[in-house]
Design a protein around this ligand. Structure first.
Ligand SMILES: NC(=O)c1ccc[n+]([C@@H]2O[C@H](COP(=O)([O-])OP(=O)(O)OC[C@H]3O[C@@H](n4cnc5c(N)ncnc54)[C@H](O)[C@@H]3O)[C@@H](O)[C@H]2O)c1
Length: 265
């Protein structure tokens, strides 16, 4: 039994896939990395370039947390295997995996190119499969169960177009529940988060007008704009002892946007 302020994360080892970023912005992966470390986990921050991962590691260390960075292209099986081995070599175990990486798309099925469809599927779905493939045996060998969180989107269930993105995120829901069914007996919980519009570098780096931003904000029933911290806190909850009876869950974190008929930018 954990006490009321202990999330049961002390000494756990977590991999956050896509936890890096530039020097300032707070994306969903960076926020989850920082919050997991603040809750006592040792965090391996993975990003496609080591320098992006290292920026987040530095932010964690400034807060007296424990973290290591690694650069890897998680669309490649050998790179995913390398990341899991990095965890075992450095900290001797693995307990948590936050599968966070994803890219956007814009077009309808008629406008979408085959090349971009394949790129979206390759980045939004394949790394979740590959990282889980190598992480689950490592979690089982670590002997303490495990927790995996896959990041989908409300575009999976309430699409606003964005065809290839919506399709890839829909597949993430099924993947998460299939993994939960297969690996519950191994003590591994698998859950999925469906964020609504969140103000992160991925969405504002191509530019966002004031009106687009307020449209995203006003789509929420409570007129709040989501941040990476909102998603990071949901990741921490799902990975914690407090969620020990929660698996196969699809958690919407969107300020009620998916219940609102308002356009969300
Ligand atoms: N921002 C939103 O409004 C929003 C809404 C719904 C869902 N989401 C989902 O949340 C997740 C995170 O989004 P975010 O906007 O917070 O981004 P983020 O800031 O967490 O960045 C994702 C990171 O993934 C990294 N990455 C991309 N391809 C990679 C690869 N092949 N190998 C390793 N790393 C790679 C990028 O470099 C980037 O640093 C995504 O899956 C996204 O689809 C975001």
């Amino acid at each position: 039994m954990v006490n009321s302020l202990d999330l049961g994360l002390k000494g756990k080892v977590a991999i956050v896939a896509g936890g890096g970023g530039d020097l300032k912005g707070i994306g969903n992966g960076r926020a989850a990395s920082i919050l997991l470390a603040e809750a006592g986990a040792k965090v391996i921050v993975v990003d496609k370039d080591l320098s992006l991962a290292q920026n987040t590691v530095n932010m964690i260390k400034e807060r007296d947390g424990e973290a290591l960075g690694i650069g890897a292209d998680l669309t490649k099986a050998n790179e995913c295997k390398k990341v899991v081995e990095f965890s075992l070599d450095n900290w001797g175990r693995l307990d948590i995996l936050d599968n966070n990486i994803g890219i956007a798309s814009k077009l309808s099925v008629v406008e979408e190119t085959e090349e971009h469809w394949e790129r979206v599927m390759n980045i939004n779905l394949k790394p979740m499969f590959l990282m889980s493939k190598y992480a689950i045996p490592a979690m089982i060998n670590s002997g303490g169960g495990g927790s995996i969180v896959n990041i989908s989107s409300i575009s999976a269930t309430r699409p606003k177009g964005l065809t290839s993105y919506s399709a890839s995120k829909g597949a993430v829901l099924s993947l998460s529940q299939a993994m939960a069914v297969d690996h519950g007996k191994d003590g591994i919980r698998v859950n999925c988060i469906l964020p609504g519009p969140v103000y992160t570098p991925m969405v504002y780096s191509d530019g966002m007008s004031k009106s687009q931003r307020s449209q995203r904000q006003n789509a929420s029933l409570i007129e709040l704009e989501g941040t990476g911290w909102d998603i990071g806190k949901a990741v921490v909850y799902l990975c914690s002892e407090w969620a020990r009876y929660v698996t196969g869950h699809l958690m919407v974190v969107d300020g009620g946007c998916s219940l609102s008929a308002k356009p969300r930018g």
